[in-house]
Design a protein around this ligand. Structure first.
Ligand SMILES: Cc1cc2nc3c(=O)[nH]c(=O)nc-3n(C[C@H](O)[C@H](O)[C@H](O)COP(=O)(O)OP(=O)(O)OC[C@H]3O[C@@H](n4cnc5c(N)ncnc54)[C@H](O)[C@@H]3O)c2cc1C
Length: 535
């Protein structure tokens, strides 16, 4: 142990969606010294507050880890960027701001799959205590640190899209985060007056101002320090030096679904054979660390319409106008990535929604690397799978802790996923053809083949893309192979927890930020009482 090692009661690695909520709540309660250790750092001006700045932060090394995935054999060997936030706020600071809790049946399925205490009735109070929505009832909260509401910018076709979903056979819902998820609704976003509010802004910044929490930014954790099978701290690279930080009570990994399993493996906790082959001495053989990774997969369907879309707003001098409007909390720069979302169940065995549809008032150009928008009246409808059967993995690329992990997406490894995505594409086309939205559609770009056979499968393989919602790589459960217990303690290693997207035992029916924040909220509430024993 280094002689000058600083010590804390609790060290949380990763100031992302879950880590910020956990750190902020522990600090608010008091009684523990908490260090929140983050590889990225805050930057000024704080462009992440501008919702439309996602086009500037995506794959930008100052904000985004920008991993490159391994060639995916299930999609013709394609590789792509796997975006992950690298700054205080984590992915919640660079994401599309779409706030979705998932379907109530998601959590009942979690409980059934071996996560007692995570059924809908048990998690609902934590979703409610996170948020301020202007509504306080049995489903929604109005006293939490995170503002959730529709962004001020209203695209002219959003209401027509929602009306068309009804005409295409979707059920109505008055709040997809309330009693009934199925159906379409105007997007709810984590924002206030058109400014993004990340998990860091809502939960950590107020505690930092009160001096109740230590944020160590620009510090990349390279391994967990273990004394036998007990976590006692972490090693970090900080300002060009290697430092050790000691934890008297607990180390918590909140580094996200890619990096939490990576850090476990770098510390000797993982599949023993793979660790040895990668030059790491195993401390404990845990075959499922990094396995079971699920990711939402979708297809961007482009539509040309008869009214201007955000694609045209970003051309010429228009961004300056949009910025001026944003300063007073208005205009297209306040828009979340989607204007509306819709959910449908075509046969999910747990009664969850199996398909989600994003209605986006813009379309990125494939030929311009998916980062630029052409000056045309284009928008996108994006059908995606909520519960893909295909399973990916995270593995070590070698013993170097600063080398990125190997991400194997295998997004369409299970043919049933291709078939369901095909049905999603047909549903999206039904919306395009339904009034009143159909009255504004001039053409579907790059339309799918008319038949649902091999040509459709090839169309999907060529276009299917991740939605940046990986989960499950440190799955919780009560079975022998679960990585963490339902109390989120790593099985077989004392004083070590994982609290982030990686613990989800199954994917959820929607975007993942709200769910990760709920996981942080519940971990904080259960902090003193949850048993660390493995079953
Ligand atoms: C581009 C993009 C768009 C998205 N859009 C949406 C959306 O609109 N709505 C939605 O609900 N979800 C969206 N998501 C997904 C959602 O944001 C994530 O699922 C969620 O934020 C993950 O939370 P987390 O706590 O698991 O990890 P993260 O929020 O990713 O946090 C992990 C943190 O750990 C830090 N870290 C990692 N490794 C280390 C290390 N070795 N040392 C120190 N720190 C480390 C990272 O820098 C990061 O800050 C999007 C994600 C991305 C990337």
């Amino acid at each position: 142990m280094m002689a000058d090692a600083e010590s804390f009661d609790v060290i949380i690695v990763g100031a992302g969606s879950a880590g910020c909520v956990l750190a902020g709540r522990l600090a608010e309660r008091g009684g523990l010294s908490v260090a929140l250790v983050e590889a990225g750092r805050r930057r000024w001006p704080k462009i992440t507050t501008i919702p439309a700045a996602v086009t500037l932060t995506f794959n930008n090394p100052h904000y985004d880890w920008g991993f490159t995935s391994e060639p995916d054999p299930s999609r013709d060997g394609r590789t792509e960027i796997w975006s992950r936030g690298k700054l205080p706020g984590g992915s919640s600071a660079i994401n599309g701001m779409i706030f979705v809790r998932g379907n109530p049946a998601d959590y009942d399925a979690w409980a059934e799959l071996g996560a007692p205490g995570w059924d809908y009735r048990s998690v609902l109070p934590y979703f409610r205590s996170l948020e301020t929505t202007g509504r306080q009832d049995q489903y929604r909260g109005d006293l939490g640190p995170l503002p959730v509401s529709a962004p001020p910018y209203e695209f002219s076709l959003t209401k027509d899209f929602i009306a068309a979903t009804l005409n295409a056979g979707f059920p109505p819902t008055d709040d997809y985060n309330g009693a009934h998820q199925f159906g379409a609704g105007v997007v709810q976003a984590n924002q206030r007056r058109g400014r993004r509010v990340s998990a860091f802004d809502a939960f950590v910044a107020p505690q930092l101002r009160k001096g109740r929490l230590r944020l160590i930014e620009g510090a990349t954790t390279t391994r967990i320090l273990l004394d036998g099978k007990r976590a006692i701290g972490i090693e970090v690279r900080h300002k060009g030096k290697t430092r050790q930080l000691l934890a008297r009570e607990r180390v918590v990994l909140s580094a996200g679904a890619i990096q939490s399993p990576h850090l476990l493996m770098l510390s000797g906790i993982g599949p023993a054979e793979h660790l040895r082959a990668s030059g790491i001495t195993p401390v404990i053989d845990m075959p499922e660390v990094g396995q079971n990774m699920r990711e939402h997969v979708g297809v961007w369907l482009g539509v040309r319409v008869d009214v201007p879309t955000v694609n045209q707003v970003v051309q010429g001098l228009q961004p300056i106008k949009a910025l001026a409007q944003w300063l007073v909390g208005k205009g297209p720069a306040t828009a979340a990535m989607a204007q509306a979302v819709a959910f449908l169940n075509l046969g999910d065995p747990y009664g969850r929604s199996d398909l989600q549809f994003h209605f986006s008032p813009l379309l990125f150009a494939k030929e311009l690397g998916w980062r630029k928008m052409v000056n045309d009246r284009l928008l996108a409808i994006v059908p995606s799978l909520n519960h893909p059967r295909s399973v990916g993995s995270i593995e070590l690329a070698g013993p170097d802790p600063l080398a990125p992990p190997k991400i194997s997406p295998n997004l369409l490894g299970d043919p049933r996923d291709i078939a369901l995505l095909g049905q999603g594409i047909r549903k999206a086309q039904a919306i395009m053809q339904a009034p009143p939205f159909a009255d504004h559609v001039e053409a579907q770009l790059d339309p799918p083949p008319a038949d649902d056979g091999d040509a459709m499968a090839a169309y999907i393989r060529e276009r299917a893309a991740p939605l940046y919602h990986p989960v499950g790589s440190c799955r919780m459960g009560t079975d022998a192979h679960a990585v963490v217990t339902p109390a989120l303690h790593v099985c077989g290693i004392a004083n070590l927890m994982v609290v982030d997207a990686s613990v989800m035992p199954a994917h959820v029916s929607g975007n993942t930020n709200a769910v990760c924040m709920m996981i942080g909220e519940k971990a904080a509430a259960d902090w003193a009482t949850a048993s660390s024993a493995c079953t």
